[in-house]
Design a protein around this ligand. Structure first.
Ligand code: ASP
Ligand code: MG
Length: 405
């Protein structure tokens, strides 16, 4: 008998019919002899609606109250799922994050889990119930209700799976798994049956929208196998597991795209120690998360520093750079939000020369100019014009042999 944690995202519990379909699947999983713990998201786009409501009421959103408001979405889902289970004769009980023993820090709207005390969940399982837990929330060390950041129900599911030593954490969503590229961009994209944690982290970090990055990190750290699959077709999806050393890895598994970032260039800065340190310290202190960084080779003692930030951080980044411009002796600050990033990800590229060359050749053959480059041992990313990103993804998908046969 296995212990299965099943997480259902917003679209999976989007309306009453979907909630009944989910309850039936939970019942089926139980009938097959498994113990099941369920984690639910808020129905459909309900979290966004709650945020809109807050905006309509007040120009400020005290973080403690915003968290209290947003956690209500998941509470609706959990109670409705339990009612649908009752109709099928399956005994269940709903639990808020707090009741499930999810203890977080006090950082409202993006709290981190400090400790898991899922005693009540264990007791419910021992009593033969299906515990249904509200995702995305916990209780802080100050006993206030917190949320784990947008998309945080994935984290709830993985944390529970780790704490309960579940055999698998199933993430149910509206797509059938993780694809070799976004199927809306590349019609020939294929579902990947299996990817390693490392690959999935790179995919999630560079634009793959299926899983929240933090949940993948968490799963890797605790060795929780993830299975991303569809709650519409129920077919087997993508397994995210520890790298299997006996398997031959694909050189490139996936091509990702991301147009959520903008580029900032600080021009004409003196090429000496301490300049970059000062600039990035100031950015950090203003809560700006920097992603890619490129510093050009200096000429005449001067250089340019370019970096990317989330578009939502662009105003803050521009302000900081303008402020430090004089202190660091820079001549200009320019920003550009018409950029996008295309990345190739694959565990096999570690041992295959020529991957970088093929990527650059493919882009150049199609007249796509590379503006910035960054790499990890299993990823290469290029910043290009935003309006060429889709072309770049399609051509790279073909060049690396990923098009479906
Ligand atoms: N309902 C929350 C959100 O929309 C959490 C989640 O769906 O995972 O961000
Ligand atoms: Mg969601």
């Amino acid at each position: 008998m296995a212990l299965v944690v099943q997480k259902y995202g917003g679209t999976s519990v989007g309306d009453p019919e979907r909630i009944r379909a989910v309850a039936e699947h939970i019942a089926r999983t139980r009938a097959a002899g498994n113990d099941v713990v369920v984690v639910v998201s808020a129905m459909g786009k309900f979290t966004d609606e709650l945020i809109r409501m807050a905006d309509e009421v007040s120009p400020t959103r005290p973080p403690r109250e915003l968290d209290m408001l947003l956690t209500s979405g998941e509470r609706i889902s959990m109670a409705l799922v339990c009612m649908a289970l009752a109709a099928l004769g399956v005994d269940s009980a709903s639990f808020t994050g707090s009741q499930a023993g999810i203890i977080t820090d006090t950082d409202h709207t993006r709290a981190k889990i400090l400790e898991m005390r899922p005693d009540r969940i264990r007791e419910a399982l021992d009593d033969g119930l299906v515990p249904v837990v509200a995702g995305f929330q916990g209780v802080s060390t100050e006993r206030d209700i917190t949320t784990l950041g947008r998309g945080g129900s994935d984290v709830t599911a993985v944390a529970l799976a780790a704490a309960l030593k579940a055999d698998v954490c199933e993430i149910y969503t509206d797509v059938t798994g993780v694809f070799s590229a976004d199927p809306r961009v590349v019609s020939t994209a294929r579902r990947l049956p299996k990817v390693s944690f490392d690959e999935m982290m790179e995919i999630a970090a560079t634009g793959g929208r299926v899983l929240m990055l933090r949940s993948v990190e968490f799963a890797r750290r605790h060795g929780v196998p993830l299975h991303v699959r569809s709650s519409f077709t129920w077919e087997p999806g993508t397994w995210i597991v520890e790298e299997d050393p006996t398997m031959e890895e694909a050189v490139v598994s996936a091509i990702t795209d991301d147009t959520s970032e903008a580029k900032v260039t600080v021009g004409g800065v003196p090429d000496r120690p301490g300049i970059a340190a000062h600039l990035f310290r100031q950015l950090a202190e203003h809560g700006v998360n920097v992603d890619m960084i490129v510093q050009n080779t200096g000429a005449n003692g001067m250089t340019d520093i370019s970096f990317t930030v989330a578009k939502t951080d662009l105003d803050a980044a521009r302000t900081v750079c303008q402020e430090v411009k004089e202190a660091i002796g820079a001549t200009e600050v320019t920003t550009d939000d018409a950029v996008g990033r295309v990345s190739i990800v694959g565990a096999g590229m570690k041992s295959s020369p020529g991957v970088t060359a093929l990527m650059f050749e493919t882009l150049s053959e199609h007249g796509i100019n590379i503006e910035m480059i960054s790499t990890s041992s299993i990823r290469i990313s290029c910043v290009v014009r935003a309006d060429r990103v889709a072309d770049a993804v399609r051509h790279l998908h073909t060049a690396f042999g990923l098009d479906a046969a």
